[in-house]
Structures are given as structure tokens and as C-alpha cells.
Design a protein around this ligand. Structure first.
Ligand SMILES: [Zn+2]
Length: 319
């Protein structure tokens, strides 16, 4: 338990949480009770019912989804979570010297233009400079779902954090396990890595480099995500939908019996044809190469289709 330095209420915080948001008054504060001012949010534009409708609409358009999904699906859980992210503006200016691979071409074949009899590869010194401005995004919690971590945050739409707005949707505002100084340090390292990637597109070996990386404005932003769960038939399916854009971050959905049946049927046909081709190839020594290869391929396709048809594991799709 922690006591809020601003409203005196006690609230829960984990051992790793370093930047806390009081669930009663909404004040962002350090563990020593200092107020943190650069605190923003993305507002909710998709209330629960709209997020649910968007999700079912999206799911029903997926391959093999049952047609009655939007009618028969029943939501059993809907929770709005505000995830913390640190956003840093980073200006990077890097000059480098390195070695690039190059090639000399000799004796073009007269009948094949662009083909040469002899190619000599050699190292060539190269240098250059990259000046870039980045907006680096560091998640405030470590065990965050990969899909939520990577979905784009519309930072242009940011507004100052409003406790009243989060409460209106009964949203849970998560504490950050990363402090501002650590976030800046991480952002600097990530910008350095991006510069490295740019250089390695130009040269194969970096001989020397000079980096000037400046971390500018770094703020905390809470991004709303609907964690939804619905029941269809005898199973439940989970999904995450952005509450600001309606973007389906991640979702599982059922597949219809008809789709399963088709996959099983197609799988059996491919498997039988593949086995037949392999058998023929073995009997008639001639076509061994081609027959074996296409036979094996068809068998593999058959097995994959069979797996898709038989497996009861719900499919997961991304956009
Ligand atoms: Zn408080």
C-alpha cells in the first residue's frame, strides 16, 4: 500500500512500480511523493458498445468466420486499461567511416547481357552522415503483450491526463515500472541502434563513428485499450481493441464447421494425390525427381490443411 501525497488515500502499487497514478485523484507521482507534470493521455473515442461492435464486425470478415458471429456472440468481459508509455523526442547526428563491398565486372557474355565471366569483389572505404529526429516509444510495463507494445500510438492527439475522463469509462490506469530518467536512457540507446541500422545499410563494416544523440522532451502517456472477452458456442475468445481508434490490436475468433469441413476435405485430397505421386515416382524410376518433389509438397500441404481443419485451437489474426 502507498499513501497518495495529494489526496491522502491509500492505494495498491507493485514493488516494481516507480511512477504511480493515484486511482482516487489521478495525480501522477514518484514513490517519494513528487508530482509528475508531463502526464498525457489519449482519449477514448470508442466506448464499450462501439468497441464491441467494431470487433465483431472485423472478426466476421476473417477467413472461415461463422456468419452468425455478430448475432450469437455474447460479451462476458469488458475492461478498459490505460497502458503507460514513455515518448521521447530524440535528435541523432552520426558521422561514420566504414568499408563497403563493391565489385568489378569483366567480359560480358555476348548472348546474355548483364552476365559476366569474371567478377572481382573488393572493399571500398565509405563515409557519410545521418541526421534524424526520432519519436521513441518505451513501454512503462515490462510484461506487456507484444501486440499492444507495437501498435501505433496517435501521439498527435495527446491531451493532458484527465482523471475524470478515465473514471467516466471505469478505466484502470496502470502505474509505470520505468521512471523518466530510465526512459530517457532507453530512448537514447534505441536511437543509437536505429542509427547503426542506417549505417549498416550503406557499409558492411563500421570502422569508426561519432554520435551526437540528444534526448529532448520526454513525457508519460496513458493509452486506452479495451480488453474484451466474448462467448460463441461453448468457447470464449479474447481480444484487445484500441479505445481511441477502434483498431483491433489482437483478436481470436471462431471458425465455422463448414470451413473446418472444407479444410479437412482439401487436406485429404492433397494428401492422397501426394502419396499417389510418390508411389508413381518410386514405381516408374524415370520421373523420380519431379514426382517425389511435387508428391512431398502436396503431402505437406495436405497435412497442413488437415491440421487447420481438425485443430480446435482458435485462430489469431493481426491487422
Ligand atoms: Zn490521490
Amino acid at each position: 500500500m502507498v499513501r497518495c501525497a495529494f489526496c491522502d488515500a491509500d492505494f495498491e502499487a507493485g514493488p516494481g512500480d516507480v511512477l504511480l497514478v493515484c486511482p482516487y485523484c489521478g495525480t501522477a507521482q514518484t514513490t517519494t511523493g513528487q508530482k509528475f507534470k508531463d502526464h498525457y493521455m489519449i482519449r477514448v473515442h470508442f466506448p464499450q458498445s462501439e468497441a464491441q461492435r467494431t470487433l465483431l464486425d472485423w472478426c466476421s470478415k476473417q477467413l472461415g468466420a461463422p456468419q452468425d458471429l455478430p448475432v450469437k456472440a455474447k460479451f462476458v468481459k469488458a475492461k478498459l486499461i490505460f497502458y503507460p508509455f514513455w515518448i521521447s523526442r530524440v535528435d541523432a547526428d552520426t558521422t561514420y567511416h566504414g568499408m563497403g563491398k563493391d565489385a568489378k565486372f569483366y567480359d560480358e557474355w555476348p548472348q546474355y547481357r548483364g552476365a559476366y565471366k569474371r567478377i572481382d569483389f573488393y572493399w571500398k572505404p565509405e563515409s557519410g552522415r545521418f541526421q534524424r529526429r526520432y519519436e521513441i516509444n518505451v513501454p512503462g510495463i515490462s510484461d506487456i503483450d507484444e501486440d499492444i507494445k507495437n501498435f501505433p500510438i496517435p501521439t498527435r492527439a495527446k491531451e493532458y491526463f484527465s482523471h475524470a475522463h478515465a473514471e467516466e469509462f471505469d478505466g484502470q490506469v496502470l502505474h509505470s515500472q520505468v521512471g523518466q530518467d530510465d526512459a530517457r536512457e532507453l530512448a537514447k540507446k534505441m536511437a543509437y541502434d536505429r542509427q547503426t541500422a542506417l549505417i549498416l545499410d550503406e557499409v558492411d563494416k563500421i570502422e569508426s563513428r561519432n554520435d551526437n544523440i540528444e534526448v529532448g522532451e520526454t513525457y508519460l502517456i496513458h493509452v486506452p485499450v479495451w480488453e474484451l472477452e466474448y462467448r460463441y458456442g461453448s468457447r470464449t475468445y479474447k481480444a484487445s481493441v484500441s479505445a481511441s481508434t477502434g483498431y483491433v490490436i489482437e483478436s481470436k475468433y471462431p471458425r465455422s464447421m463448414a470451413f473446418r469441413g472444407m479444410a479437412i476435405f482439401g487436406g485429404l485430397i492433397s494428401l492422397l494425390t501426394g502419396a499417389g505421386l510418390i508411389y508413381l515416382a518410386l514405381q516408374v524410376g524415370m520421373l523420380v525427381g519431379g514426382g517425389m518433389v511435387s508428391g512431398s509438397l502436396l503431402s505437406i500441404i495436405g497435412l497442413a490443411l488437415l491440421y487447420k481443419g481438425v485443430s480446435r485451437k482458435e485462430a489469431k489474426e493481426r491487422i
